[in-house]
Design a protein around this ligand. Structure first.
Ligand code: FES
Length: 107
């Protein structure tokens, strides 16, 4: 996979997506959710919950750095995608890289 520049205006993203929030976006015709964790890290997750397919951008980020699905409140680690109680398959998640004012998805 090639490296993909998510934005070269990270300052604007940080303003419009404050810590603890997320936003949907498309990359190469695939839908993802860009997550800004409460500890100021950036993650990309697949748009659909691995449990039953709910759209995760309507979810929430908790203080344990988990993404909580809006449908059944399963909680997925932003570090490794595991559901907190192992109730379903892992969430696909990648940690993004910050370089200056750029945000990258690097292989
Ligand atoms: S659809 Fe996400 S927890 Fe059930």
């Amino acid at each position: 996979m090639e490296n993909i520049l998510i934005t070269d205006r990270l300052d604007l993203f940080a303003t419009s997506i404050p810590c603890g929030n997320m936003r949907g976006l498309s990359i190469n015709a695939q839908r993802y959710v860009l997550v800004h964790s409460k500890n100021d890290r950036w993650y990309l997750v697949k748009e659909e919950c691995p449990h039953s397919g709910a759209k995760l951008q309507a979810g929430a980020v908790n203080d344990q750095h988990e993404l909580v699905c809006p449908m059944h409140a399963y909680a997925f680690s932003l570090h490794d995608g595991r559901e907190a109680r192992g109730r379903c398959a892992d969430l696909w998640v990648v940690k993004l890289w910050v370089s200056g004012n750029e945000l990258w998805w690097k292989d």
